[in-house]
Design a protein around this ligand. Structure first.
Ligand SMILES: C[S@@+](CC[C@H](N)C(=O)[O-])C[C@H]1O[C@@H](n2cnc3c(N)ncnc32)[C@H](O)[C@@H]1O
Length: 340
């Protein structure tokens, strides 16, 4: 049980109520190209309106908000420039927030249908976009590419410290491996390792560039397919890895995916899952991340005992847990290793 917290002030409640508007301010700041313009040179409102094609009076209103929110500041000559925080909206900044911002833009219409998820226990994404997220990506390449950028960004931020926490060897089948960012890190860290990046055709298409940029092409293989089709899953792996994949699926679907994987796995191979594990009393950011899984995928962060239950339903032995890194310094990531 949570301890009794002091009541929020009306002003804090008001800020919460208009959180969605602030999200859209950031998304529009990015989409309008203002940060790139101001990075070139400070500009007054009229010049900025001309260079971005925005309506000058609307831009004036908008800039007052973005200034108060701390992204830009005006100098004595009425020219705007980016603040240090605003620099995070540039693509090549060391701590760029653009991949997260793009994901916020995608998830935003789905969050507007949160009540649907609460009533049905299912994802709200199809209510907003007319299809489940991965079916939607198949016909919307720009959004799929933005999601891959989000995965690449969070792989570096959250998964890189986890690379050395499990002793990978042999041939890893990286199921749902996106464009190969995590495989690339594994292959760089373990010089004898081989990897097959397995994902949907539209996602795996860019993997060769990522693996080549990491200098690991010779030890990597790319295979397009679906883990809902057992015959498409490679049969020559020693480790069958699901990194941040099962948290996109319902309990029934997870059991199905794991059964499909089991059919393809050689008898001596291992199942390896890398995923967040639910902890009691996580903070607001972690709980929002968990709720985001409901909204986008109809899924959730699981407890260790639920994972063990699902794995056993799929026919695997009791797993071993190996602690890895933490997401945003809070939510624990674990490797779970199980045998047939
Ligand atoms: C949340 S991402 C995780 C990506 C990567 N493993 C990581 O940790 O960064 C889930 C991945 O599962 C892939 N995926 C979704 N449905 C799939 C399917 N039916 N078969 C194979 N991969 C699938 C998606 O394309 C996506 O790349």
């Amino acid at each position: 049980m949570s301890e009794n917290r002091p009541p929020q002030s009306p002003l804090t409640l008001q800020a919460m109520l208009f959180g969605h508007a602030l999200t859209q301010v950031l998304v529009s700041l990015h989409q309008s190209g203002i940060p790139a313009q101001l990075a070139q040179q400070p500009q007054d409102t009229e010049t900025l309106a001309r260079n971005t094609g925005l309506e000058v009076s609307a831009l004036q209103q908008f800039l007052l908000v973005t200034e108060q929110a701390g992204f830009i500041q005006q100098d004595a000559t009425q020219h705007y420039r980016l603040t240090d925080t605003g620099q995070c909206l540039l693509p090549d900044h060391a701590t760029t927030m653009i991949p997260l911002l793009e994901h916020a833009a995608l998830s935003y219409p789905a969050w507007a249908r949160l009540t649907h998820s609460l009533r049905t226990g299912k994802a709200a994404f199809p209510e907003a976009y007319g299809a489940d997220i991965y079916d939607y990506f198949a016909t919307h390449p720009a959004d799929n590419e933005a999601f891959r950028r989000y995965m690449a960004h969070t792989t570096q931020a959250w998964l890189a410290p986890a690379v050395s926490c499990y002793p990978f060897s042999g041939h890893v089948i990286d199921l749902g491996g996106s464009q190969g960012d995590f495989s690339a890190l594994l292959l760089q860290h373990y010089p004898e390792l081989r990897s097959t990046v397995f994902d949907l055709p539209e996602t795996v298409a860019s993997a060769s560039e990522v693996l080549a940029a990491a200098g690991v092409t010779e030890r990597s293989h790319i295979q397009a397919g679906s883990f809902f089709e057992p015959t498409q899953i490679p049969t020559d792996g020693t480790h069958y890895l699901f990194s941040r994949v099962l948290l996109n699926w319902s309990d029934d679907q997870v059991v199905q995916i794991l059964r499909n994987c089991r059919q393809a796995m050689p008898a001596s191979s291992k199942l390896v899952i890398l995923d967040c594990v639910q902890i009691p009393q996580a903070d607001l950011a972690a709980e929002m991340g968990n709720l985001n899984l409901l909204v986008m995928f109809g899924a959730k962060v699981r407890t260790q005992s639920l994972f063990e239950d699902l794995i056993q339903q799929a026919g695997f032995n009791t797993p071993q847990w190996i602690p890895a890194s933490k997401v945003m310094d809070k939510l624990p990531l674990y490797y779970l290793e199980a045998r047939l």
